[in-house]
Design a protein. Structure first.
Length: 288
């Protein structure tokens, strides 16, 4: 609807439409609006009535939306009580959604609890428990990086740690005041649960990372020593082992055939498999 124009020196609101650029037939074309040789921008004179009608329609839609919002608020007030008593039993999510979409949430729903000025002993327990859980979650990417020997990609994991930390801080900031507002000793319950979860996270993240990102000897122990080779001359206690290139060499002290398994990688996720015919025969013999 807009066009470039050349203002009249005597009247800045008047003037003539800027010359159309080659290949265009409408002064409102985006090429003319951006590149035509004019210094002003105005509504196209032949579309003023259309613009007025559009503005009138937008105002009518806005008024209908306000009327609809008032009707919804009235209905919610009649069904759930006065807005000040909006905390009465009922489907809070539906109330919140309706209030959000009509832009009147502060009128319908009371604000959530804020951070207390001074923490009592029970609230301190909850805060410490949540903080311990948050630190444990933030530490997971660093544990994975360490166990998987991915120090060449440290920047990726540091960014992951930063993102996890930001998410943890945001969640604690939003949920902690509500949890600490519980009455009396129950304010400590979320902290106790969070502390138990934090202990579990700290205790499990190392073994879990070890399981999925094992070194060659751990991978051999998981795949073979605790399974098909447990009662064989190839058990860990009965062999000498070394890594050559990407091959794990297993040499039985009893003089049995040497095993060559791969890929032997620190922090690898691929299972070990035989690298030569003799190793395949040994694994087949023991049902591996």
């Amino acid at each position: 609807m807009y066009e470039k124009f050349i203002p009249d020196p005597a009247d800045q609101m008047a003037g003539k439409t800027a010359r159309l650029l080659p290949g265009t037939h409408d002064s409102g074309h985006w090429i003319n609006r951006n590149f035509a040789p004019g210094t002003g921008l105005r509504l196209q004179p032949d579309r003023l009535q259309e613009a007025d009608q559009l503005k009138h329609d937008e105002l009518a839609v806005h008024e209908r939306i306000l009327d609809f919002g008032d009707a919804v608020l009235q209905l919610l007030t009649e069904c759930r009580g006065h807005p000040e008593t909006a905390s009465a039993p009922g489907p809070p999510l539906r109330r919140r959604a309706a209030a959000y979409w009509i832009g009147r949430e502060p009128d319908l729903l009371p604000p959530g609890p804020g951070w207390p000025r001074k923490l009592n002993p029970f609230q301190r327990i909850t805060f410490i428990g949540l903080a311990a859980l948050g630190v444990g979650l933030v530490w997971i990417p660093l544990t994975v990086m360490s166990k998987a020997a991915l120090f060449d990609h440290a920047a990726v994991f540091l960014w992951a740690t930063a993102l996890v930390a930001a998410a943890v801080v945001a969640v604690i900031y939003r949920t902690a005041p509500r949890l600490m507002s519980l009455p009396g000793k129950t304010a400590a319950a979320p902290g106790i649960v969070a502390a138990i979860a934090a202990v579990a996270v700290w205790q499990l993240q190392g073994p879990v990372a070890d399981h999925y990102f094992a070194d060659p000897w751990q991978r051999y122990d998981q795949q073979f020593d605790q399974g098909c080779l447990a009662a064989s001359p190839y058990r860990t206690a009965n062999v000498e082992s070394t890594v050559e290139g990407r091959a794990l060499i297993i040499i039985p002290l009893s003089g049995e055939r040497t095993l060559r398994l791969g890929p032997a990688e620190n922090g690898g996720t691929q299972p070990l498999h035989a690298l030569d015919h003799g190793s395949r025969e040994v694994l087949r013999l023991y049902g591996c």
